[in-house]
Ligand binder design. Sequence first.
Ligand SMILES: NC(=O)c1ccc[n+]([C@@H]2O[C@H](COP(=O)([O-])OP(=O)(O)OC[C@H]3O[C@@H](n4cnc5c(N)ncnc54)[C@H](OP(=O)(O)O)[C@@H]3O)[C@@H](O)[C@H]2O)c1
Length: 262
Amino acid sequence: MDLGISGRWAIVCAASKGLGKGCAQALAAEGVNLVINARGEAALEATAAELRAAYPGITVHAVAGDITDPAVRDAVLGACPQVDILVNNAGGPPPGDFREWEEDAWLAAVRANMLTPIELMRRTVDGMAERGFGRVVNITSGAVKAPIDILGLSNGARSGLTGFVAGLARQQRLAARNVTINNLLPGAFDTDRLRKNFAIGAEKSGQSADALAQSRAKTIPSGRFGTAEEFGATCAFLCSVQAAYMTGQNVLLDGGAYPGTY
Ligand SMILES: NC(=O)c1ccc[n+]([C@@H]2O[C@H](COP(=O)([O-])OP(=O)(O)OC[C@H]3O[C@@H](n4cnc5c(N)ncnc54)[C@H](OP(=O)(O)O)[C@@H]3O)[C@@H](O)[C@H]2O)c1
């Protein structure tokens, strides 16, 4: 299926690895020009080079820096001639016990997983509406629907974003101008982040990281973790012309792990 977005420009935040990279790859395969971002310059440049080599018809700009920093957001926006598509992403907050989190920990989580995507939307969605096309995809987490105890910072900050998006996406000045805003909720995906979590769990439990990963995979109806390619393909569909009537939704990609009917 031709997704009808060839020649568009997209910003994909936090895209040198993992789910953000999966989204950048899927958009590149559709002929979308990219501005990609991440903090580590070497991995970001390597991803940009990979995308340029695989998709010579597109332009890829790489802007290194922490997306929670206003100056980096300025640079990312400045590198994009016209923002047609915005994929919001950043690292997830650390796990822990809420008794140990003081105000600074909460402010960092809220800045990364709520205020940064809101700020990027504030600066792009009205331009999208003026031009009559816009797609925003926020990478959140399955923890928004089914909270995970030790990920309280994520549960809280991402729920704030989700509530805000529910209202914004339904503004007629956006929706009636072909601007859609949806959230993509990963369950367990095979990325560095998930592997690091198993490594931490292995240190604490004495079991190997592989054993922990295998027993976790068994709890998922699909019997495995998702791939960044699968995640990216869904992101690209949400950015397509075909998805124009889909807005304000929370799309769960979790191999059936969420146990509820709705
Ligand atoms: N994988 C899962 O199973 C899963 C499940 C639920 C939710 N999530 C959430 O989905 C998001 C992506 O996860 P992932 O698994 O793809 O992680 P990952 O494999 O660790 O990749 C994270 C990417 O984001 C970049 N990044 C992190 N913090 C950044 C920042 N402040 N500014 C700019 N770039 C930043 C990283 O590069 P640098 O470190 O060089 O900046 C890297 O490119 C996270 O918020 C995570 O919590 C993931």
